[in-house]
Ligand binder design. Structure first.
Ligand code: SF4
Length: 360
């Protein structure tokens, strides 16, 4: 038996014995359900997905129902998972399958890659897990496991490391019995055992691991080398909760970009609080709310995105006479509850607007 075959067989046996019992793993016979789980799990913790997966599939039980749904309904069902671009791509992918593939998800990596939202990882995951195709699905956890198993030099994101990891992963898939199970075993090992500080005493392939052989857990923890970090940019944000005194709050669709397409509140950004407040006044003016002198500070919070950090000051304003212009409109409490607001806006809405009860 080759080394790759020994590793693959141990990982598959370990996964069969100790793999986590997650709802999507019981639905390998439903490619759509596998696809939804993979879209949700990208950049999101399993625990968070567990709280949303069932409800999403109740709302959209099959590909046709997702394709037929308006985007608003899809974004609403996605609320809490973040990274809304994934929801839009999932939706666009479902529509493309219905329009161009007869409503059936393609069963090859190439066919899947032609759809919106399918990068190499997602195509490999769905093709191997749902269709049993012999292909790798290499997520960040798998990169860590393979870099250690093979003691691969190079930091995350290096093209040379990516190529070496792909070669190592392909060899394991080739030697496996069930490629979908092998892929999930590698990812699971990376999520639970071969974590940042590896727990090698629990590892089923410890005696085959090159990094462990080199010096135990301490040596293994050095693989892969971390990427050079870019610090998130700090941005001051002034955000307004404008109320009309009849229970309605001024809101509008975000333009493309950060939180694009979601509902938001008027805001101004700047390098400091003063400039952010000035930008907010300009935004309010354009929205048909000129009485910016009466803005009252109502609280502050920080909100972290991947590459920037918002320092938000929430301001409230009573503007009964305002007539919203452009994309701005009044939303009552029911409409606000139904609308998909970006996370920081939802947080600001919990601030008590003038003449309003909190929670909007
Ligand atoms: Fe990871 Fe340790 Fe297992 Fe090697 S022995 S794969 S470093 S957990």
């Amino acid at each position: 038996m080759t080394r790759a075959a020994r590793i693959a067989s141990r990982l598959e046996a370990w996964y069969a014995r100790e793999g986590r019992d997650l709802p999507w793993r019981r639905r390998r016979d439903d490619p759509y359900a596998v696809w939804v789980s993979e879209a949700m799990l990208q950049q999101t913790r399993v625990e968070t997905v567990l709280g949303r997966y069932g409800a999403f599939l109740d709302r959209f039980p099959d590909l046709a129902s997702l394709a037929a749904a308006p985007e608003d309904a899809v974004l609403k069902a996605w609320e809490g998972l973040g990274y809304y671009r994934r929801a839009r791509l999932l939706h666009a992918g479902a529509r493309a399958v219905v329009e161009h593939a007869g409503g059936r998800l393609p069963d090859t990596v190439e066919g899947l890659r032609a759809l919106p939202g399918f990068g190499p990882y997602m195509a490999g995951a769905v093709a191997s897990i749902a269709f049993g195709r012999r292909c790798a699905a290499t997520d960040a956890n798998a990169v860590r496991v393979l870099a250690r198993l093979e003691r691969l030099d190079g930091s995350r994101g290096d093209p040379a490391l990516t190529r070496a990891v792909a070669t190592a992963h392909a060899a394991l898939v080739e030697a496996s019995i069930d490629p979908g199970a092998l892929n999930q075993a590698v990812m699971d090992l990376g999520a639970r055992v071969c974590v940042r500080r590896p727990r090698c005493s629990l590892c089923p392939v410890r005696d085959l691991c090159a990094a462990f052989a080199d010096g135990g857990e301490a040596a293994a923890a050095r693989y892969p080398a971390p990427p050079a970090r870019r610090a998130p940019r700090d941005v001051a944000v002034a955000m307004a909760v404008v109320a009309d005194g009849k229970g309605r709050v001024l809101a509008g669709r975000r333009p493309p970009g950060l939180l694009g397409g979601l509902w938001g509140l008027p805001l101004g950004e700047g390098p400091d609080a003063g400039q952010a407040a000035g930008a907010l006044v300009a935004t309010l003016h354009e929205a048909g709310v000129p009485a910016a002198d009466d803005l009252r500070s109502a609280g502050a919070f920080d909100w972290a995105f991947t590459h920037r950090r918002w320092h938000v000051e929430v301001l409230t304003l009573a503007a009964a006479e305002a007539v919203p212009t452009g994309s701005w409109t009044w939303l009552d409490a029911t409409a606000r509850a139904d609308a998909a607001f970006g996370g920081p806006f939802r947080r600001a809405l919990a601030t008590k607007p003038p003449g309003e009860s909190p929670g909007g």
